[in-house]
Design a protein around this ligand. Structure first.
Ligand code: ARG
Length: 472
């Protein structure tokens, strides 16, 4: 159907055109197939705009009533799945406005007074992202809570700590889990920070220069829960920093989930066997009956690639755009939506999974002394006996080389053998060479001593309980 055939009812901007849009171009330029996700926010924005037009005398109370009723009817149709989205109506904004006018008649045409789709779409996106960001913050909090509880439970469970994926020094499992929590805690802080800059209202910037109507931007900002109106009309419609910032936070959070996933994949392997995931988070193989694969962590690790890709897509999208609005901006949505869905789903899967991670404490403990992981403790012991650290390092290096030749561990050496390397070594050396002694000795703020891990878990628990969006 062409615009002409439709008597101009299909396209809200065809006044100056002498021929209808090419059918393919119409489909090519349309966004309704994906931006309908913004419908509820578009209607909320329109409702606030109409109320403001009434308050400032641009439309009458009766007109506003009709518009409000019509908007709520349109929302009802959308929610019930009865709304017919039309590609001829291009995007979410014009689909809704055209349907409103069908329902309430010509009064519907007054709704667009003093605004443009440019400030409208910027407003919708901010409202959408604010709601999604809050839901994501809640899932992140739920995940952190699971991590912290597991950490508290394993405050004294000994496992190997790694550098270069080689056993380095013993740590506690609780300490390792709280390291995950630190990564996620920073992500939460970044989300909150992003929300602050996000929460301003572009409504009233109109196409780019503002409007000649006596609008009240404070009023619409307040009605929509924004902290304030944006300060510059050009920037209001041109800015997508908030979407980029969110995607950057999301990419970083997904990177963290990917690193955690990688550890879970390693740890659930037969070679490590440190942890077990419940069957409901794993799948089998169609050919190898014995397999139980850690699909959820693997998929999350894989999905982190999308988040990085979407961030790069948005940065590239915006980098050469002159002010103010350009149609390019329509391309912001799919990347942003994909990141929102990906991050939310991955956090949800992890928040569900983490509390049921089962630690194989025996396997962790058995692996902990591998690679002479208490060698640093031995060096520290020699330093306490008066050696310079560099000299102690040298002595212990020789002891380790001896153990390698002898095929034994440090704690297997006799006191006499140890004393042949340095006379200051006494019988109390064996307290230092044990795994418990090693972790307990790291007894300072941020250290792996079980006492410190319990304190850190408690502090993390309290910090979570203070969160505004925290959901138990
Ligand atoms: N669908 C458009 C978008 O997503 C809405 C704004 C259109 N504005 C315009 N001047 N063509 O960006």
């Amino acid at each position: 159907m062409s615009d002409r055939d439709a008597n101009n009812s299909q396209t809200l901007w065809s006044g100056r055109f002498s021929e209808p849009t090419d059918a393919f171009v119409q489909r090519f330029t349309a966004s309704e197939a994906f931006d309908h996700r913004l419908a509820a926010y578009d209607i909320a924005g329109s409702g606030a705009h109409a109320e403001m037009l009434m308050a400032t005398g641009v439309i009458t109370a009766a007109e506003n009533d009709a518009i409000q009723q019509g908007l709520s009817d349109v929302l009802g149709e959308i929610e019930r799945g009865e709304f017919t989205w039309q590609v001829e109506r291009e995007d979410v904004h014009m689909n809704i406005e055209a349907r409103l006018t069908e329902l309430i008649g010509d009064i519907g045409k007054k709704l667009h007074t003093g605004r443009s789709r440019n400030d409208q779409v910027a407003t919708d996106l901010r409202l959408f992202l604010r709601a999604e960001l809050d839901a994501i913050s809640a899932e992140l909090s739920r995940l952190q809570s699971g991590v912290v509880e597991l950490a508290a439970e394993h405050a004294s469970t000994i496992m190997p700590g790694f550098t270069h994926l080689q056993v380095a020094q013993p740590v506690t499992f609780g300490h390792h889990l709280l390291a995950w929590n630190e990564m996620l805690e920073r992500d939460y802080g970044r989300l909150l920070d992003c929300r602050k800059r996000l929460n301003v209202s572009p409504l009233g910037a109109a196409a780019l220069a503002g409007t000649t109507f006596p609008i009240d931007r404070q009023m619409t900002a307040q009605a929509l829960g924004f902290d304030a109106p944006t300060r510059n009309s050009l920037d209001s419609v041109a800015d997508r920093d908030f979407a980029i910032e969110f995607c950057a936070v999301a990419a970083m959070t997904m990177n963290h989930l990917s690193r955690i996933s990688e550890e879970l994949v390693l740890w659930t392997s037969a070679q490590f066997d440190f942890v077990r995931l419940p069957d409901r988070f794993c799948t089998g193989s169609s050919i190898m009956p014995q397999k139980k694969n850690p699909d959820v962590p693997e998929l999350v690790r894989g999905k982190s690639g999308r988040a990085t890709g979407n961030l790069v897509a948005l940065l590239t999208l915006m980098k050469s755009q002159p002010l103010a609005y350009n149609k390019d901006n329509q391309e912001d949505k799919e990347a942003l939506f994909d990141t929102v869905i990906t991050l939310h789903d991955c956090l949800r899967a992890f928040a569900d999974m983490v509390p049921s991670i089962e630690a194989n404490t025996e396997a962790m403990r058995t692996a902990a002394p591998a690679g002479f992981s208490t060698a640093t403790d031995l060096a520290d012991y020699l330093v306490r006996g008066g050696l310079f650290f560099r000299d102690a390092h040298e002595v212990v290096g020789k002891i380790v080389a001896h153990c390698v030749d002898a095929g034994c561990g440090l704690a297997d050496l006799s006191l006499v053998t140890l004393q042949s390397f340095h006379g200051s070594i006494q019988a109390d050396i064996f307290d230092v060479l044990t795994l418990e002694g090693s972790v307990a000795a790291r007894d300072h703020f941020g250290g792996t001593a079980p006492k410190r891990v319990r304190e850190a878990a408690e502090a993390a628990r309290e910090a979570l309980a203070r969160r505004p969006f925290y959901i138990e």
